[in-house]
Design a protein around this ligand. Structure first.
Ligand SMILES: *[C@@H]1O[C@H](CO)[C@@H](O)[C@H](O)[C@H]1NC(C)=O
Length: 327
């Protein structure tokens, strides 16, 4: 027994050391795009997601008739092929080495020192927070930044409020609740920048007719962890047990939690059902190809432009439908 305990302690020490010193690698992990066509396939894939030692699911299998991206580690390739055959799964190989996708995602720009904050590369939490504070100093009559709380590891959750006039309807924009989805905070900050600087009348209209509450990084601990330790980390960093750290923040809002519907207990359900927010929605971003959410940094701006166009169209429609009429 004593010997076992000693082994255990040593292993933990090794874990912690590794966690602090280097990024987890995904060399030769194969990325498959898998079609779930029936209940049996769904059941088995849900089981594999929970217990399939080494598989990384980039999407959760929550219903039949959906596609999910799954990373298969090299030591599970045989296992996966067997599964594919037995279940008659239709799947497409998107890449044979996911590490190369990660390596290409955020190549530092050569001109880095000459420029400040921008969207040609993914930014760190410190850079995002620093930029928000600079904006608040630059636009003191329009913008306010506050911390709406502290995370488990003691980081602030910084919220920006943009308001041109009293009495506007409010829009709450939350991003990066799943730690690894860097594209979401990059897009949210880009949208904020457009709301402040765009010359496009449609964007200016959005900026002036609504109060914007933007939480660009809803999960700062997890986000930080994806930068320092594991690019594919999804949850926060709250330790459940020694072996299982992290809570999935977008599955833990107290609304129809664990009912088995698609996304039950997500923030959009919660906002809509629990807080009576008239409109709540979740954007699914690029891509369905080899990248998943490890989207190359040169797609930040195109993705953001798409999102802003969608916001303009949706808000215009919601307005004609009377959502913002005061009663
Ligand atoms: C899943 O992917 C296949 C192949 O790309 C496509 O034909 C199908 O429409 C997709 N299914 C869903 C539900 O998106």
């Amino acid at each position: 027994l004593a010997r076992n305990r000693e082994t255990c302690l040593v292993l933990l020490a090794v874990c912690c050391f590794a966690a602090q010193s280097e990024l987890v690698r995904y060399d030769n992990y194969h990325l498959y795009r898998v079609e779930i066509a029936n209940q049996e396939q769904l059941n088995v894939l849900q089981h594999v997601e929970l217990y399939g030692n080494g598989y990384v699911f980039l999407d959760s299998p929550v219903q039949s008739r959906m596609n999910v991206s799954i990373l298969v580690p090299p030591h599970k390739l045989e296992d996966y092929r067997e599964l594919e055959k037995n279940l008659h799964l239709r799947s497409q190989l998107a890449t044979q080495n996911f590490q190369s996708i990660i390596d290409a995602e955020n190549v530092p720009r050569k001109t880095k020192r000459s420029e400040g904050f921008g969207w040609e590369e993914y930014q760190s939490l410190e850079a995002i927070y620093g930029w928000l504070d600079e904006l608040a100093a630059q636009y003191p009559s329009l913008l306010a930044v506050e911390s709406i709380g502290r995370t488990y590891e003691g980081r602030d959750m910084k919220l920006v409020k943009l308001s041109h006039q009293a009495g506007n309807p409010g829009i709450f924009l939350e991003a990066n609740i799943h730690a690894r989805e860097w594209i979401t905070s990059a897009t949210a900050t880009w949208v904020l920048n457009e709301l402040l600087t765009s010359q496009d009348p449609a964007v200016q209209e959005l900026a002036t007719s609504y109060d914007w509450y933007i939480l660009p990084v809803a999960n700062p601990d997890g986000f930080h962890y994806t930068k320092t330790t594991n690019r594919l980390w999804r949850k926060n960093r709250y330790p459940h047990t020694v072996l299982c750290a992290g809570v999935d923040l977008n599955r833990n809002f107290p609304y129809h939690w664990m009912e088995g519907d698609v996304d039950s207990g997500s923030t959009t359900d919660w906002a809509h059902g629990y807080h009576n927010t008239p409109l709540s929605m979740c954007f699914e971003f690029r891509d369905n190809g080899p990248y998943g959410f490890v989207l190359p940094a040169d797609q930040i701006i195109p993705n953001s432009e798409e999102t802003l166009d969608a916001l303009i169209a949706m808000l215009a429609k919601a307005k004609t439908m009377g959502y913002f009429n005061r009663t």
